[in-house]
Structure formats: structure tokens, C-alpha cells
Write a protein that binds this ligand. Sequence first.
Ligand SMILES: Nc1ncnc2c1ncn2[C@@H]1O[C@H](COP(=O)(O)OP(=O)(O)OP(=O)(O)O)[C@@H](O)[C@H]1O
Ligand SMILES: [Mg+2]
Length: 258
Amino acid sequence: MGRIIVITSGKGGVGKTTVCAALATTLANAGKRVVAVDADVSLNNLDLALGLESAVIYDLYDVVCGNCRLRQALLRYPPNENLSLLPSVHPLGSVDSRAFAEVAQTLAETFDFVLIDCPAGIDEGFCRAARAAGEALVVTTPHTSALRDADKVLGLLDGYHIERTGLVINRLRGDMVLDGSMLSPHDVGRILHARVVGCIPEDDSVLFMCGTTPKESEHHTAVVMLARYLLGLDKGVYDVTAAYRGAVGRLRRLLKKI
Ligand SMILES: Nc1ncnc2c1ncn2[C@@H]1O[C@H](COP(=O)(O)OP(=O)(O)OP(=O)(O)O)[C@@H](O)[C@H]1O
Ligand SMILES: [Mg+2]
């Protein structure tokens, strides 16, 4: 059976969908069979993050209602056949949590990874996604409002059958961490009493991302490290401060302030 991982956060806009899409393409590039499931029914955008929005015909709602078979709703990601998307585009579709869990289980029979892009908040959509998963990635930014919501979500996940939970800290600024004006990954992990499995820098290349960011970008390197962590190949996380240390790094920090 494949691993079913919910990508959640509590607070909206912290990068769940971006992390889900980038992690899905990276795991697929590593040879794993991956399906990304958009559980953000009604406020979906995983199809956009993967550049598949114009290919959608059926979605999760159609599968649950019996309008199509599961495999008819799955979209292949053209750059890598290992990756599929189960989109969710019905604006007012409601999906029962037991039916959703069954869909996730069925997908786990075929795929190595079922990545569930969870909606923001801690209500019905969160419960539906968390109930279906065996593992969780909690995405947060190093800002207090996001941390408070991540803390709530970490507490709530204890009530589900989640075997492993990891924290992904997104939008880190290495220059600000070194200046002491942003919490460090170590601080965030300590405050939330959670295992930090990924550190992802703020990176403009995300704005132009279509499933993946350029190989030379900091973002890409950080997501590859997250994927390696999940695969048990490496226990390191991306060092967001590395580019801002030493003589050249100090100059970069100065330039960021201008
Ligand atoms: N590391 C990053 N660097 C720069 N921009 C980022 C980064 N991660 C995400 N973003 C941007 O932040 C915005 C929100 O990201 P995203 O949609 O992934 O968040 P979300 O948690 O899924 O939001 P929602 O709760 O609404 O579903 C997007 O515009 C995305 O491009
Ligand atoms: Mg999202």
C-alpha cells in the first residue's frame, strides 16, 4: 500500500498547494508513482499549480457521485507520467468524508504516494482530509499567526490515525533569520514541539512555477531535500542561511536591505 499524506496548515495562504505540487513532481521525478489529490473542494487550485486546469473533465465530486470511474477523473501530468492529479473543480460540491477516505485507500493500492492538498481551516474539509490520511505534513510560515494555527492543527491531528507528522516551514528568509528578525527553523520546531522535515525559502521562482521550479533555484533544492527526507534517504533540511554567510553572503544581506 502507498503512503497517504495530508498537507495541511490551519492558516490559509501559507503554501500548502505549492508544497503539494512541488513535492508531487519531485517524488515523481525520483521514480515514485504519485497522485496529488485536491481536497480543497470549492476553492481548488492544485490543477493550476500543476498547469492542468484546461485538461479537467471529471473530478473528485464526480467520482464520489458515481458520474465517472476513478481512473476517468485522473489526469496525467505530461512532463512526468509517474504523476497524476485527482482534481476538484465543482464549486459547490460536497464530498462525504467516508467516501473520500475510500477514494484515498483505492488510490493507495496503485500509487506509492497519495498527497492530499487540504483546505485551510479546521472544519469539515480538514476533518475529511485528515481522516483519510496515515501521515501529515503541517505547513507553516515563521510568522506568529501561522504558528498559532499550526499549533492547533498539530493538536487536532492527535485525534486521527496519523502515524507520522512533520513540519514544513515555508517562505523562510535566510537573511532575516541571520539578522534575528525572523524565527529560525530551530525556534519554530521548538515552539511547536514538532519535527522539522522541510525548510523552504521565500523564492520568486514560485510565482512562475508550473508543477516545479527551475533546477537551479533555492526552492527546487529545498523541495528535493524534503522529498529525500520523506523517502528516508537523508535527514537534513535545507539551510536557508547558507547563501547569506561569509563575505559574499554578507554582501547579499546588505543588498537585500537596499
Ligand atoms: N516559498 C515561496 N516563495 C514565494 N512565494 C510562495 C512560496 N510558497 C508559496 N508562495 C506563494 O504564496 C501564495 C499562497 O500559496 P498557496 O496557494 O500554495 O497557499 P495555500 O496554503 O495552499 O493557500 P490556501 O489556504 O488558500 O489553499 C501563492 O501566491 C504562492 O505562489
Ligand atoms: Mg491551497
